[in-house]
Every structure is written in C-alpha cells, then in structure tokens.
Write a protein that binds this ligand. Structure first.
Ligand SMILES: Nc1ncnc2c1ncn2[C@@H]1O[C@H](COP(=O)(O)OP(=O)(O)OP(=O)(O)O)[C@@H](O)[C@H]1O
Ligand SMILES: [Mg+2]
Length: 151
C-alpha cells in the first residue's frame, strides 16, 4: 500500500441533479483527503483525450456527449474535477463509487445510490474515478496544472 492521488469527475448528471454535496460527503467519509477542486468546461478535445481508451466502442459517441452535458441540455459542458489523496486511494474511491453500470452497483455505493440507466441504455453513473495508478497520473495531468494540486 502507498499514498496515491486519484482523479474524480462529478459528471454533468451529478451536477444537474444536485448530487455534488452527497457525492463529496461519501468521498470525505472514506477518510481520504481532497487536494484539488475546480469546475471545468469540457471541450471536445479534452473529452476525447480523457476517454481515448474507449475509441471505437459502441457507447463511445454517447460517452463524449454525456461527459460534455449534452444529454442534460447543459450548454456550458461543466463537470467538477477533484483530486483525492490517501493510502490506497485509487481502489478506495473505486469501491465507494461502485460498479460502472448503476443497475449492477452495490447498494450504498455512490452509483448504487444515485446512478441510473436511461431508457436509451446510457449509464448515468454520476462520477468518474481513475482505474489504476497509470490512468490516475495521466488523467490528473490532463485535468489539473501542478500548481492547482496541494503538494
Ligand atoms: N456498456 C456500456 N453502456 C453504456 N455506457 C457505458 C458502457 N460501458 C461504459 N459506459 C460508459 O463509459 C464510461 C467509461 O467506462 P469504463 O469502462 O471506463 O467504466 P468506469 O471506469 O467504471 O467509469 P469511469 O471511467 O467513468 O470512471 C462509464 O462510466 C459509462 O458512462
Ligand atoms: Mg474508466
């Protein structure tokens, strides 16, 4: 185990449905520390860089629309980008977040409590959380400047 930093994005459904406070509550209750936070307007370029691993998958076009708020009629494309830090942080945040598919996510997880699947089959799962140390490093560099994160 080691001290890790992970990237979290509260996605447009989380902002639109006023789930920001509830989501941060769950993250804070995990004993991890918030070390960065900002609202970001997600450009197409940033969305595509962030989800590069999913290019070509059937859900990819809608994934880009979803993270840019286009399913919620949000013209400003906003998400809340956070970095959390602590012992074994990446796995702990993934555990608090729950499974990718909100209908499969365990009760008590953020996605199990607040996520939903739309009638069109889109997973609206409230937040993104880095999957592993390599992804976390890449994603933090994509979303934050060094000076925006507590050292
Ligand atoms: N089968 C699917 N159908 C619809 N949307 C999907 C599907 N699989 C993944 N997604 C969407 O793509 C996102 C990225 O998928 P990924 O496999 O990286 O899941 P994740 O790591 O749990 O989620 P995230 O990367 O957002 O934290 C998911 O959060 C979800 O919004
Ligand atoms: Mg992922």
């Amino acid at each position: 185990m080691s001290i890790e930093t992970t990237l979290i994005l509260i996605k447009p459904d989380g902002l639109y449905r006023r789930l920001t406070g509830l989501t941060i509550d769950r993250l804070d209750a995990s004993g991890l520390e918030m070390v960065a936070a900002k609202i970001v307007s997600v450009s197409k370029d940033l969305a595509e860089k962030h989800y590069a691993e999913h290019v070509g998958k059937p859900f990819y076009p809608n994934l880009i629309k979803y993270i840019r708020g286009e399913f919620h009629g949000l013209s400003d494309h906003r998400v809340l980008a956070l970095a959390y830090r602590g012992e074994d942080c990446i796995a702990k945040v993934r555990a608090v977040a729950g499974a990718t598919n909100p209908e499969a996510a365990a009760p008590g997880t953020i996605r199990g409590s607040f996520g939903r699947v739309t009638t069109a089959g889109q997973f609206e799962n409230v937040l993104h959380a880095s999957a592993n140390p390599a992804d976390a490093a890449r994603e933090i560099a994509l979303w934050f400047k060094d000076r925006e994160i507590l050292p």
